[in-house]
Design a binder for this molecule. Structure first.
Ligand SMILES: Nc1nc2c(c(=O)[nH]1)N[C@H]1C(S)=C(S)[C@@H](COP(=O)(O)O)O[C@H]1N2
Ligand SMILES: [Mo]
Length: 319
């Protein structure tokens, strides 16, 4: 999605899954996920399917997990080997190997700005404070490919309520890690650190989710370990990885992609098949693992949950 390059379709080949670099049992214990057979069932997935997905991941199949539209989850291999993460590389299949040794632990997230109760939380604090739930979300990249991903994590709204935004807070700004020794892609001339933003009411919407894992395991480095944002009704680049700071601010924050190419990547970046990218159509997409193209859905299929956030707004002007 680099502004300097022309868009190219993703290659159909997928590379071999990487090993995991985490102590899975320790994570599950901290996250309160051990011995919770019904974890995924709460999201409408039969316990039988969820148990095997959790026990066997990574696997080359999606183990029967589906989103609410009936679309199967992408495999762990797809989700962890085809990544956009410019701090490591602009090559999607290069991110997994280049991020293998990223020091995602210990980790601290600062939640500050226009709040009554600023917090500095370690990942252990976060996993203790916020019960982890599963959300099977579609991820639609602005480059017109998509996946279905079974995240674990918790609603961003819970964290925001805890810090008590003041009346002047109108936006939330997300800042991600900038560790030059560990992130080889930082040598590229981009406006680091990677930043993103949401309007406060968007951030409070129940769909806005802080992911700490996928397939019931700690988040792999290439997907944004140890904690990343996911806003499934917006293009994937809104989902900032490896979050270090979440700030409540009064003014619309500067964001990474908007700074690079404001005419191509707007602040809202809601998935919208009727508003094309200046260099390509957004009407259809390629679901990774499928060959035929699919129609792209308004708000990525989450109209019922988010349309009210944009009542009266011109979605073409506010792209
Ligand atoms: N810090 C950071 N976060 C990022 C990116 C990035 O380059 N750096 N890429 C974004 C883009 S363009 C997409 S599509 C998603 C991809 O998430 P995934 O690799 O877990 O599928 O991450 C987003 N978050
Ligand atoms: Mo993306």
């Amino acid at each position: 999605m680099s502004a300097k390059k022309t868009f190219s379709e993703p290659p159909s080949s997928e590379i071999t899954p990487e090993a995991l670099y985490f102590n899975r049992r320790a994570f599950l214990k901290a996250a309160g996920l051990l011995g919770v057979g019904g974890l995924l069932a709460a999201c409408g997935v039969p316990p039988a399917a969820t148990t095997s997905a959790t026990a066997n991941a990574p696997s080359s199949t999606a183990a029967g997990l589906k989103d609410e539209l009936g679309d199967p989850a992408n495999s762990f291999a797809d989700i962890t080997n085809y990544n956009n993460y410019y701090e490591f590389s602009e090559g999607k299949e290069a991110v997994a190997p280049l991020s293998a040794k990223f020091p995602s632990s210990p980790w601290q997230v600062e939640v500050s700005g226009m709040v009554q109760n600023p917090l500095k939380l370690s990942m252990e604090d976060i996993l203790k404070k916020y019960p982890q739930e599963e959300r099977i979300y579609r991820l639609r990249c602005v480059e017109a490919w998509s996946m279905v991903i079974p995240w674990t994590g918790f609603p961003l709204a819970k964290l925001l309520k805890d810090v008590q935004p003041t009346g002047s807070a109108k936006y939330v700004k997300f800042t991600t890690a900038q560790l030059p020794n560990d992130m080889p892609g930082l040598s590229a001339p981009y406006p680091w650190p990677y930043t993103e933003g949401l309007r406060l009411d968007e951030a409070m919407n129940d769909l806005a989710f802080l992911a700490t894992g996928l397939y019931g395991k700690p988040l792999p480095n290439q997907d944004g370990a140890p904690i990343r944002l996911t806003t499934p009704w917006k293009y994937g680049f809104k989902g900032a990885k490896a979050l270090v700071k979440i700030e409540l601010v009064a003014d619309l924050p500067q964001t990474f992609w908007n700074t690079i190419a404001p005419n191509e990547y707007g602040f809202y970046s809601n998935v919208n098949p009727d508003v094309n990218h200046p260099r390509w159509s957004q009407a259809t997409e390629r679901r990774i693992g499928e060959s035929a193209r699919r129609k792209t859905l308004l708000f990525n299929g989450y109209v019922d949950q988010v349309a009210q956030l944009y009542t009266g707004m011109d979605l073409r002007a506010n792209y």
